[in-house]
Design a protein around this ligand. Structure first.
Ligand code: CP
Ligand code: NVA
Length: 311
């Protein structure tokens, strides 16, 4: 029987059970197949998504907006200059008022506590469209992509190379829920957040997944099914860019590193990518790379999220 997720918030992947994650992925796959078959599925007719953005976006904005359109609903973009989140009125009042107008809120914010506050005061589901702590809609798209390419998720070995940022945190949450084994290669001082490691301890024990932190990317990629990387400098950290460029030398995913993993290893990156930093252009365009399928799957996964939380 289908689980009822209506009204639930999605602030981190940790908010979902294993079964809820699979239900979102199954809804996403079903809607993707229907779209590919040319069927129109207006399940969210008359529904509106309010989208708050404090930071720039290509994928998250466009995929949510098009997802709502393709499901018969509508999305409203509220950029930094529209509602001036944190500057014009309290986050509490924004959440209360906006949730009287729309059926769900998606928010991309600097500080994670802002999305938590929106969720606290909103009477409709709040979806985290990226904060400095987590990026759950990205990872649900990634799980859909991994399942399509590798046919399963449990036991998959992920090597994450680079900065243990919001995307890495969300991958750890997902690995813990679904029994995946993730090894992160990070320079000193850029390891995963202790809070994420303690929050996931019980889930890792239950799912038989694992999380390991190493220094050398060469060690992390041994036996990996997936190599995942992300930018060295995330949005909001621009002042640290030069320092980070120095600290992350040796953490670039290039062909030499890819050849040390399994022959059928897939390379993932949430994009936007910096080809002179964390990922070589050659790898991005190689047959191992699935970065554009991964980007496309944002829209399908988000449909899975929106349909389950709204309808
Ligand atoms: N991956 C991702 O969230 O991309 P955008 O920043 O373009 O939304
Ligand atoms: N870690 C990156 C992800 C961008 C989608 C950032 O937060 O900027």
């Amino acid at each position: 029987m289908a689980l009822n997720m209506k009204g639930k918030h999605l602030v981190t992947i940790h908010d979902l059970t294993r079964e809820e994650i699979y239900q979102i992925l199954d809804t996403a796959t079903m809607l993707k197949l229907r779209l590919y078959a040319g069927e129109y599925t207006p399940i969210l007719a008359g529904k509106t998504l309010g989208m708050i953005f404090q930071k720039p976006s290509l994928r998250t904005r466009v995929s949510h907006e098009v997802a709502m359109t393709q499901l018969g609903g509508h999305a409203i973009y509220l950029g930094p200059e529209d509602i001036k989140l944190g500057k014009r009125e309290t986050t509490e009042d924004i959440a209360i008022v906006l949730s009287r107008f729309v059926n769900a809120i998606m928010a991309r914010v600097y500080e994670h506590k802002i999305v938590e506050e929106l969720a606290k005061y909103s009477s409709v589901p709040v979806i985290n469209g990226l904060s400095d702590f987590s990026h759950p809609t990205q990872i649900l798209g990634d799980l859909l992509t991994i399942r399509e390419k590798k046919m399963h998720l449990e036991g998959i070995r992920i090597a994450y190379v680079g900065d243990a940022n919001n995307v890495a945190n969300s991958l750890i949450f997902a690995a813990a829920k679904l029994g995946m084994c993730i090894t992160l290669a990070c320079p000193e001082g850029y390891e995963p957040n202790q809070k994420v490691l303690s929050m996931t301890k019980a889930d890792f024990e239950m799912s038989k997944g694992s999380v390991k932190i190493v220094r050398a990317p060469e060690e992390a990629v041994q036996g990996a099914d997936i190599i995942y990387t992300d930018v060295w400098t995330s949005m909001g950290q621009e002042a640290e860019r030069e320092e980070r460029r120095k600290r992350f030398q040796g953490y670039r995913v290039d062909m030499k590193l890819v050849k040390m993993a399994k022959p059928d290893v897939i390379v993932m990156h949430c994009l936007p990518a910096h080809y002179d930093e964390e990922l070589s252009y050659e790898v991005a365009k190689s047959p191992n790379s699935i970065i554009y399928d991964q980007a496309e799957n944002r829209i399908h996964a988000e449909k899975g999220i929106l349909v389950n939380l709204i309808s």
